[in-house]
Design a protein around this ligand. Structure first.
Ligand SMILES: [Zn+2]
Length: 443
């Protein structure tokens, strides 16, 4: 058999024009090749998706997969950002390649169940021989489309920074490893399953020179740039005190604006910074659950969207969200804008658009995020025959009432989740491995 036909979607949310119902989707060689009623299957495998809402796969624009092994750590459960980091650094310092691979496999499988087909990751510490290659290997195992960003920290405690000295690297080594990774793994072609980005951890953990050099390197190589920016009041105060300017100005001065840049959080962007981001095409990875969990505040997403800023969603690291569900993140984004701006401030549909089209744009992708002929076949299938949709008058309004896990998930036309189970990993085995890893790390 060649290809697939998804047969009879009750609701097809293409995120590109009106919703459709009762239609089929043909997938050939990883690409959506036809959408319409009663598609002739020829010799394709048929997957019945009647009784389901079908959406584009969701796009996760910010994560630290390694943190999956440090969820709900007691000392960090109720701390603010800087205190939270200080409790967790010593635990992360005990990680090695095996912990990186295991945490990434678990985190990506959890994301897949929540409808995510593409994830970025921001790995910014490399203790005991760990490398970005470890998470890249895990993403290939799970089968998600992956944007691995090479993070870094270079200012340790002894130099006035936040992280312990043993977790920071020499800046020359950081840049050299970025080059190695881009040359070894970055695929700029359409439909790429793997891209690399350059991502110093945050303005408070690397030097001004590294921020500048990272931007020059990324532009030279044609890869994306990512970091944390304006996450909370402490972050802005640090910028004013240390650099004498707000985070937006700092970013602009060092080349960190443009359509190839996306910044995580941006909770505290002011009106001038929102205007800067809109003018320059700079993207934002909005992480509402993490912002709530750390008490950082409510990002001005309504104002950003109205100004034309590209906004995608991120679950952020599992240590500051604890749960990595992208569909939950979309619902939380919708609810938070309503808390701030009223019940009509963000419709369920708009939040889903941010989770798909917005995320794809933030990552610089024009081949995912919609169900359109010629786009990659990254598709989430949500069963609406269960209790969580029962009684709904608008089953397509998934973020108001609907399942929180997919029935099936396709990435590049390959089925990763079937009947609510991830096909590419042994969930019981990796969960048992995680329990052993937590015992070892906490012992
Ligand atoms: Zn983060």
């Amino acid at each position: 058999m060649t290809g697939l036909v998804l047969r009879g979607a009750s609701h097809l949310l293409t995120m590109d024009g009106p919703d459709l119902s009762g239609v089929d989707i043909r997938i050939e060689q990883g690409v959506i090749s036809e959408i319409g009623a009663n598609i002739e299957p020829h010799d394709a495998e048929i997957v019945d998706v009647s009784g389901c809402v079908v959406t584009p796969g969701l796009v996760n624009t910010h994560h630290h997969l390694f943190q999956t092994l440090t969820r709900a750590v007691p000392a960090a459960q109720d701390a603010l950002l800087f205190g939270w980091l200080k409790s967790l650094y010593p635990i992360w310092a005990r990680f090695g390649p095996e912990e990186m691979r295991l945490s990434a496999r678990i985190g990506l499988a959890e994301l897949a169940l929540s409808g995510c087909t593409t994830s970025s990751d921001h790995l910014y510490l490399f203790p005991n021989g760990a490398r970005l290659d470890d998470t890249i290997e895990a993403a290939a195992d799970v089968g998600l489309r992956f944007h691995a960003t090479r993070g870094a920290m270079s200012i340790g405690e002894s130099a006035g920074g936040l992280p312990p000295d043993m977790l920071v690297e020499r800046e020359a080594d950081i840049l050299e490893d970025c080059l190695r990774l881009i040359d070894a793994f970055h695929d700029p072609s359409p439909g790429a399953m793997l891209r690399i980005g350059v991502a110093p951890c945050s303005p408070f953990s690397v030097s001004r020179e590294l921020m500048r050099d990272a931007a020059i390197l990324a532009r030279d190589k044609g890869v994306g740039l990512h970091t944390h920016l304006a996450e909370n009041d402490e972050d802005v105060a640090y910028s004013l005190e240390t650099f004498g300017c707000r985070p937006g100005t700092y970013a602009e001065e060092l080349g960190w604006t443009g359509p190839d840049v996306w910044h995580a959080h941006c909770v505290k962007l002011d009106a001038a910074e929102i205007d800067l981001f809109a003018r320059t095409g700079t993207g934002v990875a909005h992480c509402p659950c993490s912002n709530c969990r750390l008490g950082s505040g409510i990002a001005p997403v309504r104002a950003m969207r109205d100004a034309g800023v590209t906004v995608g969603l991120g679950v952020d690291g599992s240590a500051s969200n604890d749960r990595a569900s992208l569909i939950d993140e979309a619902r939380q984004a919708m609810l938070l804008q309503r808390v701030e701006n009223g019940a009509d401030a963000m419709a369920a549909r708009e939040a889903l658009e941010i989770a798909t089209v917005g995320g794809a744009k933030a990552l610089g992708r024009e081949d995912i995020g919609k169900i359109v002929v010629g786009y990659r076949a990254d598709i989430a299938v949500w069963d609406i025959s269960g209790l969580d949709s029962a009684g709904s008058w608008d089953p397509a309004a998934l973020l108001l009432a609907g399942p929180r896990r997919v029935r099936d998930l396709f990435v590049e036309g390959r089925r990763i989740v079937e009947a609510g189970c991830v096909l590419t990993i042994d969930a019981a085995r990796v969960s048992a491995e995680a329990r052993r890893a937590v015992e070892k790390l906490s012992g």
